[in-house]
Design a protein around this ligand. Structure first.
Ligand SMILES: Cc1cc2nc3c(=O)[nH]c(=O)nc-3n(C[C@H](O)[C@H](O)[C@H](O)COP(=O)(O)OP(=O)(O)OC[C@H]3O[C@@H](n4cnc5c(N)ncnc54)[C@H](O)[C@@H]3O)c2cc1C
Length: 502
């Protein structure tokens, strides 16, 4: 099947709907349900993009006469990596960078895990009762399955937020956190919940433990990695309140199109067939899986490209506001736009550095450099809050005084057209622009984006700790040591020591 079309994606979703619940009701068909249909169609648009004649070459690659999404190509050279980066960027532009979970993100994960599948073989070797399970083959086959069908994936990594002072096994019920209940001939049975899966209107869910699993070996029932269809028996997704409330793209330019949804995931004794199990009972192996296969770096590479697109969108919107209300001559306004430019250029530089410093990993995959990507994924969450704030500071009352499309067509339409025009645009165009700024920075959709940026790649506090732990600080320490050991005194020039009289 390879690179599918939007219609194929929608047909598949209609035929195999994930078990979603919204506002207390089951979503029978996500392609028509008011809370999910626009997002489903936006995803379909993204699939169509790769079949567009002018973009096909850039968004797909050819192998054995078939075309596949570029985000699933295993990069073997820096040129390959650059091609993948360009595809990430083009696809990110489609949503102005506001679609955090375009399939590209999980594709990067699956590509790296598939290429590094050998890693998972350590698991089958080290566990009594599961020696015969070929976890590496499972991972490899699954990556191929995702590629062949151009699947859309979500993932769920963290356990419910019941009590962070306790370990999973110490909760009121040992199966609040997702754990293995039993092994059967056909597979493992899992019970419990995972806190968050963004984009539950997906074909499949990938389940790995969070990288901070702290269980001892004897409590290893929480260490697992597997994949399932999102409509697997016993699996359900409780969605949060939708942000697409039917107002259309004129009024809610982002929320009406890119509400990717976030869901709480419940596993009610779900059977995971053996061939879908990639990792089992091995806490250490589970904790290291993302780093050891370099999946985390390929995902971060997609993310840095996405964030460049998003920051560019903030820049374009900010400058359009400045142009619209004629505020560009004020120095502090220029300075605020300059702040966005600086952030954008830093992200672009980190992306370039990640490719320039890329090396081939032990699985033969050209892998972007860790340093710049770690910097990007720690820097952006810390800085992001400033972007919506800058839009608010630049747009001021304009970002709240925004009559709707219905208002513009109502009895006060002529007055709205007169009083709410821009210095360089009609009221209609001005209001569209300010509504975009509002959706980026203030609406429920914009608020969720701010939270998403803080946490989607993990808890920023623990990410800093992880960076502290992995970064090689020793050369810098040695340099300071050498400097302090240097005994020579500064050579003071004769003329200076004699002093200069004015
Ligand atoms: C909008 C959104 C979308 C998301 N999408 C996904 C998704 O698709 N898939 C997915 O798997 N996850 C997703 N996440 C979850 C994300 O991975 C987590 O939010 C992140 O890992 C932090 O975990 P937590 O939310 O459980 O916070 P908690 O771990 O509960 O932390 C809450 C607070 O306690 C502090 N804290 C807790 N434990 C420690 C500790 N050991 N050391 C120091 N401080 C601690 C934290 O710093 C924080 O201040 C999403 C999150 C958001 C907000």
């Amino acid at each position: 099947m390879a690179a599918i079309t939007g219609q194929q994606f929608l047909d598949r979703l209609r035929q195999n709907p994930p078990t979603l619940y919204i506002d207390g009701q089951r979503v029978e068909d996500p392609t028509t349900h008011p809370a999910t249909r626009n997002m489903a169609h936006s995803l379909a648009g993204l699939y169509d993009l790769q079949n567009q004649p002018d973009l096909r070459e850039k968004l797909t690659y050819e192998e054995n006469g078939q075309r596949y999404p570029m985000s699933l190509m295993v990069p073997r050279s820096q040129e390959d990596l650059a091609r993948i980066g360009e595809a990430h960027r083009i696809r990110a532009d489609y949503s102005l960078g506001f679609l955090g979970r375009a399939p590209d993100y999980m594709n990067a994960n699956v590509m790296a895990a598939g290429a590094g599948a050998e890693y998972f073989n350590q698991c089958s070797a080290s566990h009594p009762g599961s020696e015969k399970r070929d976890f590496a083959a499972n991972m490899r086959r699954y990556a191929e399955f995702v590629r062949e069908h151009d699947l859309c994936l979500t993932h769920a990594l963290t356990n419910p937020q019941v009590n962070r002072a306790k370990q999973a096994s110490e909760m009121p019920d040992p199966y609040i956190a997702l754990g293995v209940v039993e092994e059967r001939e056909e597979g493992i049975v899992v019970r419990g919940a995972r806190m968050m899966a963004t984009l539950p209107i997906a074909d499949e869910i990938l389940v790995f433990p969070s990288t901070v699993l702290k269980e001892n070996a004897d409590k290893s029932r929480y260490a697992m990695g597997f994949a399932l269809p999102t409509n697997a028996p016993g699996l359900s997704f409780q969605c949060r309140e939708p942000f697409d409330i039917g107002r259309g793209p004129e009024d809610h330019p982002l929320g009406s199109r890119f509400d990717e949804q976030d869901a709480f995931v419940i596993f009610d004794d779900v059977l995971v067939p053996w061939e879908r199990v990639f990792l089992l009972y091995d806490v250490e192996l589970a904790n290291k899986a993302y780093a050891a296969t370099d999946a985390v770096l390929h995902m971060a590479y997609q993310v840095v490209n996405l964030k460049i697109a998003k920051t560019e969108a903030f820049l374009g919107t900010a400058q359009s506001i400045v142009n619209a209300i004629g505020s560009g001559q004020f120095q502090h306004v220029q300075s605020k736009v300059a702040e966005i430019i600086i952030m954008l250029e830093i992200m672009k530089a980190l992306e370039v550095a990640a490719v320039a410093g890329a090396t081939v990993n032990e699985y033969g995959v050209m892998t972007p450099a860790r340093g710049p990507l770690d910097a990007a994924r720690n820097y952006y969450p810390a800085m992001y809050a400033r972007l919506p704030e800058l839009l608010q500071l630049l747009g001021a009352s304009g970002i709240i005084m925004m009559p709707s499309q219905a208002d513009r067509e109502g009895p006060l339409g002529p007055q709205i057209a007169k009083y709410l025009q821009a210095g360089n645009a009609s009221a209609e165009d001005r209001l569209k622009l300010f509504r975009l700024a509002w959706d980026m920075s203030m609406s429920s959709f914009g608020g969720r984006q701010s939270l998403y940026e803080k946490f989607f790649f993990g808890d920023p506090v623990r990410m800093h700790t992880a960076l502290y732990e992995v970064y090689d600080k020793q050369p810098a320490v040695e340099r300071i040591g050498q400097f302090l050991k240097r005994s020579e005194k500064p050579q003071v020039a004769q003329s200076q020591s004699e002093g200069v009289t004015a």
